[in-house]
Write a protein that binds this ligand. Sequence first.
Ligand code: ZN
Length: 247
Amino acid sequence: MKAEPSAQLRLLELQEVDARVDQLRHQKANLPQTAEIAALTARRTETQGWIRDEQIKVDDLTAVQEQADRDVEQVKARRKRDQDRIDAGLIGNPKDLERMQHELESLDRRISTLEDEELEVMERLEQAQTGLAQLRSDLDEVDRQLDALTTEREEQTAALEERIGETGERRAPIVAAIPDDLLALYEKLRTTRNGVGAALLRARRCGACMLTLDAAELAAIRGRAADDVVRCEECSRILVRNEESGL
Ligand SMILES: [Zn+2]
């Protein structure tokens, strides 16, 4: 393949622009916020699961507490009914009265036990409610961080896209100065060789694979016409020659 040396030199400019765009695209695809957002999203899901569990606990304990409250009220009502009958003098028979008083004592013990149980349930309920409130506050904090990170990521993405656009605009005038066949070869090499299609032969080394050319190779290149398109023996990329090539 043949191409004017000036056109070959423009390949180096194109390579620089393309490498810059590739680098910006890589940066855009690997923003640190993306990993942080993924980690926080996982934490959010986990926290939501804990909230569901804790809410079930609160609901269950609330039901137990309400039942305990009804039990206490029921026994208290029975005790009051008995006491009222005694106070109203409705129990005339001393034997009945004695039995009634025994029952009152038994009801008092029952009320005391039920109230202790209710108190214990209320303490557990309070703990569960505190835990639930803490988890909800954790979730709010995660959401706040997610919002901030998402905004940050959007801003950085927009800034990078702008730079990609600006850098890409430099491409058109360079491409216009490169013949189609040379450009096609460069593009093909770029897709198969890690984004690098052309490199400068500088101080006897390929600027892409960094291999130092031996004397025989250098002599062969020295013998080529200036408009010959030279390729690196090692990496096949286009080797552009200039006064720094060491030929
Ligand atoms: Zn090479």
